[in-house]
Design a protein around this ligand. Structure first.
Ligand SMILES: [Zn+2]
Length: 361
């Protein structure tokens, strides 16, 4: 029997300035949705009587409201899966919040609306009252815990494994369309193409080899894959985090070496010797309360984020991504004397002979 499949919403392809070097574009494709390491992602479960979607009632002109609120057992599966990802020791934290305005990840349980998530930082795009993740079927059913692990994988920036160009999968396209058009998915051809047949850009996939054991891989019934030959009988996924899933998450989000990175002193630039995808972290403890600027210098594409420590936890204060532009990222933020801030700079890529640096002033 065909499984329930995760179904991501189509997003417009990123538009990079014409003439950008291929290496620069590759780095942007791979990193543009990844969070800065050290980010704490706050998640919220919809809980209001009026939280839901209004959908048409088939065969009538009427509409009805379907709730986004999930039962305790469903929420507990998701909480447990956040814990499993966190327990890998990654540098991303997860904290449940009960106020949606504090949440980067807002989770609904609209039954029949499919299971899906925004990929990485795309979660910052929907409005405050919109979902960034949905679970459309019972997560307590056998094998369905993997759905929650999978959607959190998307929230960390991971993509579908079976769409990796490195998988070398040659599909029986019409068999796939026919399979997905039937129960339990009932997908249109467009949806099937976008989520299964379409190959991803080599730069945006989770690794340089196909990982059929990945939690980001769908199980497939026999008769959908023509090549490689050994998968003609189907793809049988174990349903947990694979060794390569863990490696990918830890490569982008390594454990934070030190809770208190070196100081960034105002008006003193700090040189950055970063390779592609690497990150430098600093602490700022302002001696006066005023508006400060934090910026990068040199020929690089980078993301800069300032966090303010509140109750021992970093809270996003301001961020800037200068990837693909000719400008350097500069942030203006009011910093308060006596509080502690963290400046985190992640490099996509640098070029030319110039050094890159960060300064606060
Ligand atoms: Zn998915």
């Amino acid at each position: 029997m065909t499984a329930h499949y995760c179904s991501l919403a189509q997003q417009p392809a990123p538009a990079f300035a014409p003439g950008l070097a291929a290496e620069r574009v590759g780095a942007l494709m791979g990193g543009r949705r990844m969070w800065v390491n050290g980010t704490v992602l706050h998640y919220y479960f919809f809980d209001g009587d009026t939280d839901g979607s209004v959908i048409p009632v088939p065969g009538s002109a009427g509409t009805r409201r379907v709730s986004w609120v999930g039962g305790r057992a469903q929420r507990d599966v998701v909480r447990d899966c956040f814990r499993e990802w966190r327990d890998l020791g990654i540098g991303i934290g997860f904290t449940e919040v009960f106020d949606r305005s504090e949440a980067e990840l807002r989770i609904g349980f609209q039954q029949g609306d499919g299971s899906w998530s925004a990929v990485g930082r795309d979660a910052l795009l929907p409005g405050l009252h919109e979902r960034t993740m949905n679970f459309g079927w019972d997560l307590t059913a056998p094998g369905e815990r993997a759905t929650a692990l999978h959607e959190i994988g998307h929230a960390l920036g991971m993509q579908h494994e079976h769409q990796s160009p490195f998988a070398g999968i040659h599909w029986d396209d019409e068999a796939v369309y026919a399979d997905l058009a039937g129960p339990p998915n009932f997908w249109s051809r467009d949806r099937t193409f976008f989520n299964i047949l379409r190959k991803l850009d080599p730069a945006e996939v989770n690794g340089s080899v196909w990982d059929p054991q990945s939690v980001m891989e769908y199980p497939f019934a026999a008769g959908l894959i023509l090549e490689p030959e050994q998968f003609r009988g189907g793809v049988h996924t174990p349903g947990g985090l694979s060794a390569l899933d863990k490696e990918f998450a830890l490569r982008w989000y390594p454990p934070l070496d030190t809770p208190r990175p070196p100081a960034l002193t105002p008006f003193r630039s700090a040189a950055l010797s970063l390779g592609p995808g690497e990150q430098a972290d600093f602490t700022v403890e302002p001696s006066e309360t005023r508006e400060y600027a934090v910026g990068t210098f040199g020929a690089s594409d980078s993301v800069v984020v300032v966090f303010e420590e509140r109750d021992g936890e970093p809270r996003f204060l301001a961020g800037r991504d200068d990837g693909g532009t000719e400008h350097n990222a500069t942030i203006r933020a009011r910093l308060v004397r006596g509080r502690r801030y963290f400046v985190r700079v992640r490099l996509y890529s640098g070029w030319g002979s110039g050094e890159t640096a960060v300064m606060c002033w």
